[in-house]
Design a protein around this ligand. Structure first.
Ligand code: PEP
Ligand code: MG
Length: 568
């Protein structure tokens, strides 16, 4: 293996990063304005007009609320709700009053008083727990906007109401990404963020081409300069020529749709499924033609909860997803708590190394009743709906864990029980694991993290947390060999399944279903439909034999001219 695995490019006009959401797009650079930061704690100057300073806060808050209300009126759905909630927070009298009082009593400057008052209000909300605790995040957003208004700093976050642009940032907060409007943001370029970061997952869900881990961004990309972003190749081209810009324009207007079923050019079936996390996503996935759900992340029902939700509440939540797939497969994943998703009722908060700690199925050692209640709720929901329900456990490492989980499912009358292959141990022991489980689904996000010993959230390790790494591909191959030995199906539900070029490799390795964000279905289906099984197998061999992720990707892409034809 070569030491330097970072893809490089000889062309000085091209910056190289890691492509995490495919597609070609061009536009002028807009830099994400950073939050203004903590104002200095110095008191007001001697003789300063304290009343006048305190009186600056209310009009500034009104200004912030008006700007947010106007932004809310320009969008719809979830984005509008989010902006309206933040606008209400800006008008909340307790924040303004507390801040004005701090100016008068402690002689703080208005920005500093806002900073301190926001901390107090956020603390009060957190103490209330539940929905109110979630609002603490909005307080920080309002605080930053108010401080920007008071100090004349640029408004933080993604600009609104400007012509379509390429968004360049050091990193994006999940809320920044959730608010992106695909009609306005043509592409995303960040210095931080790995292929499985929130930015990457949301960018793919929104269909916005994205490149992360770009060394030199944002400094090498000045505001206003036109750049060409290739989210498949992971490149950002400064100073693109007219032909390149025309190709990007063609790609932007091309709308592909998916007509099931998924299959290769010679008719080999590959089930194309969706990853969903809540009922709205399930409705979208069904509308996009998904042949079923390959990963239903049930966490949405549990996140931000101090207590386990009751069985009746869980049944209602699961039914709301299952109802969109009558007669079709829905793979329900049991609670994946721990590491980046800590839940107070099942995870410990004092683990030195939570990614290697009590997470996923392991939480059932600490709180077996939580798994029991969840399986009961899944069984009840399955009984009340028409979907064909399969159940799987996250973070499985041994054959014994598999056996215990399958037995627990059977006790609840859930006949099809499988495991996620997310650890090298499960991949290498897939034979014995699949002698017990009815199926396996490879979670390539975690499998890559654990194989490469590289935190999936760390942008600086983006070239390691890349599922094209040949070591990861070899473990996928080992998993498929275990599946073939036991005649059990092996699917992939990590982000790797959404990469059309990698999809051909996965099929060539023996994967029989691919589950992805619904946005990716059409592209993956189109590339598979143009590639026969023998070619998939040949490409798989090329990728597995490569010495680096960059080499594997380049070798396979060079053999798939259909990618260029489709603008991928
Ligand atoms: C994975 O690890 O690939 C996976 C699908 O699970 P999650 O991203 O929810 O950890
Ligand atoms: Mg996982």
């Amino acid at each position: 293996m070569r030491i330097d695995d970072q893809p490089t490019t000889a062309d000085p006009r091209t910056l190289q990063g890691v492509g995490v959401s495919p597609g070609l797009a061009a536009g002028p650079v807009v830099l994400l304005a950073p939050p203004p930061g903590e104002p200095a704690a110095e008191p007001l100057a001697e003789g300063a007009d304290v009343e006048a300073e305190a009186a600056r806060i209310r009009p500034a808050a009104e200004q912030v609320a008006a700007a947010l209300t106007a932004a809310a009126a320009s969008v719809t759905g979830e984005r509008r709700d989010l902006l309206e909630t933040t606008a209400q927070m800006a008008q909340d009298p307790s924040l303004v009053k507390t801040a004005a009082k701090r100016v008068r009593t402690d002689r703080l400057t208005a920005p500093r008083a806002v900073w301190e008052a926001a901390a107090t209000v956020a603390e009060q909300l957190r103490a209330l727990g539940g929905y109110m605790a979630e609002r603490a995040r909005d307080v920080a957003d309002v605080r930053d906007r108010l401080i920007a208004e008071l100090t004349g700093a640029p408004v933080p976050g993604v600009p609104r109401g400007v012509d379509p642009f390429v968004l360049v940032a050091t990193d994006l907060a999940p809320a920044d990404t959730a608010l992106l409007d695909p009609a306005q943001v043509r592409a995303i370029v960040t210095a931080e963020g790995g292929p499985t970061s929130h930015t990457a997952i949301l960018a793919r869900a929104l269909g916005i081409p994205a490149v992360v881990g770009v060394t030199g961004a944002p400094t090498a990309l000045p505001a206003g300069a036109v750049v060409l972003v290739d989210g498949s190749a992971g490149t950002v081209r400064t100073d693109p020529g007219p032909e390149e810009l025309a190709a990007a324009e063609r790609r932007a207007t091309l709308e592909r749709t998916f007509t099931p079923p998924g299959r290769t050019a010679d008719g080999h079936p590959v089930q194309l499924l969706a990853n969903v996390g809540d009922p709205a996503a399930a409705a979208g996935a069904a509308a996009a033609g998904a042949e079923g759900v390959g990963l239903f992340r049930t966490e949405f029902c549990f996140l931000d909860r101090a207590q386990e939700p009751g069985v009746a509440e869980q049944v209602a939540a699961y039914r709301a997803v299952l109802t969109h797939f009558p007669g079709k497969k829905v793979v329900v994943r049991t609670l994946d708590a721990g590491a980046d998703k800590p839940l107070p009722f099942v995870t410990a908060d004092d683990e030195p190394n939570p990614a290697l700690g009590v997470r996923g199925l392991r939480t059932a050692r600490r709180a077996p009743e939580v798994l029991d209640h969840q399986l009961q709720a899944i069984a009840e929901a399955a009984g009340a709906e028409q979907a064909e329900v399969w159940v799987m456990a996250p973070m499985v490492a041994t054959a014994q864990e598999t056996e215990d989980f399958v037995a627990a499912c059977a006790r609840h009358g859930l006949p099809t029980a499988g495991v996620m292959v997310e650890t090298p141990a499960a991949a290498l022991l897939s034979g014995p694991v699949l002698a017990r489980a009815h199926f396996a689904s490879i979670g390539t996000n975690d499998l890559t993290q654990y194989t490469m010993a590289a935190d999936r959230m760390l942008g600086s390790l983006a070239e390691l947390t890349d599922s094209w790494q040949p070591a990861v591909l070899r473990l996928i191959s080992a998993t498929c060999a275990g599946g073939a030995q036991q005649s059990r199906p092996v699917g992939v539900c990590g982000e790797a399944a959404a990469d059309p070029a990698l999809a051909t490799v996965l099929v060539g390795l023996g994967v029989s279903s691919l589950s992805m964000t619904p946005r990716a279905l059409a592209d993956v289906a189109a590339v598979l439909a143009a590639t026969d099984l023998a070619t998939c197998r040949r490409l798989a061999q090329l990728a597995v034999d490569a010495e680096s992720a960059a080499e594997a990707r380049a070798r396979v892409r060079a053999e798939l001219p259909v990618l260029a034809d489709l603008g991928l």
